[in-house]
Design a protein around this ligand. Structure first.
Ligand SMILES: [Fe+2]
Ligand SMILES: [Fe+2]
Length: 278
């Protein structure tokens, strides 16, 4: 039985500023890029899983695929609210948002189910080492940031860790070939990098009233090199044929967040600072 939780949390997104962490503008920008990217990406994941569900024959994999899809659907909804708040401040960013959705529509129509599942399994496997680095260093990345935005991202990253092996499991069941997945890594990396670059250059053009440092600085400048190298190595190894996300080292915060959720704490404001908004 799949033990992925479905947590429909209400985050207060309406008033959030573009630079939601004044102590770390470039990290604020990177997370905003993720929001603009992730709605299209997660909707694509949901379509792909629906298609996969037509051909899955193992009841356990089926249950995992459905639970994974339901989690991703909620992620898309919540980041849509964040994107809307940013678009309300900078209406031209609606075009950026729509373009990402169109891009994923095109990709969905252009490629096969095997390709989509390789994309899903490959990218989702990279998230665990990357988000571990972020969660391990949440103090320098989120603590002085707006509590609503910080809590949205911490929830999402913890759930990404929770379902870290779901897409991989579905890929292995439906497609199975390591070589097909490995062969397509450069293609899906090009696709995601292309979208991230485009979102950033649109921000640069349309969001003029933020510090230049937001576009120029390293968002992870306050994180030790050793942690960055470990994360990069983890991302690289996550694509190896023998890799299994289930066995990866997890950030201690993951268990802490899940315990807070189980204890009924208000996880919509679990971390960060109450900023005076607007
Ligand atoms: Fe997600
Ligand atoms: Fe995910």
């Amino acid at each position: 039985m799949s033990d992925l939780g479905l947590r429909n949390i209400t985050f207060a997104m309406d008033e959030v500023p573009f630079i939601w962490n004044p102590a770390n503008p470039s990290f604020s920008l990177l997370m905003n890029q993720i929001t603009f990217f992730v709605v299209g990406f997660e909707k694509y994941m949901c379509r792909v899983m629906r298609d996969a569900e037509q051909v899955i024959t193992d009841p356990e994999v089926m249950e995992e695929a459905k639970a994974f899809r339901r989690q991703e659907a909620i992620h898309a909804q919540k980041h849509l609210q964040h994107a809307r708040a940013l678009i309300a401040r900078y209406p031209a960013l609606q075009g950026t948002f729509d373009q990402v959705l169109r891009d994923y529509d095109d990709l969905y129509k252009r490629e096969s189910l095997a390709y989509h599942l390789a994309y899903a399994g490959g990218l989702e496997a990279m998230f665990t080492p990357f988000f571990k680095m972020i969660l391990d260093h949440r103090a320098v990345l989120f603590e002085e940031g707006d509590i609503n935005v910080a809590s949205l991202f911490l929830w999402h990253f913890c759930e990404e860790i929770e379902h870290r092996s779901s897409a991989f499991m579905v890929y292995n069941h439906v497609v199975g070939s390591h070589w097909f997945r490995l062969r397509n890594i450069p293609s899906f990396q090009r696709h995601t990098h292309g979208l991230f670059d485009r979102i950033k250059s649109d921000f640069e053009r349309e969001v003029a009233d933020v510090p230049v440092a937001a576009f120029a600085d390293d968002p992870f400048s306050k994180i030790p090199w050793s942690a960055k190298v470990r994360s990069a190595l983890g991302v690289f190894l996550s694509q190896a044929p023998w890799h299994d996300s289930v066995n990866q080292p997890l950030p201690a915060y993951y268990a802490e967040w899940m315990a807070a959720w189980r204890n009924g704490e208000d996880v919509s404001k679990i971390y960060g600072t109450e900023l005076a908004l607007r």
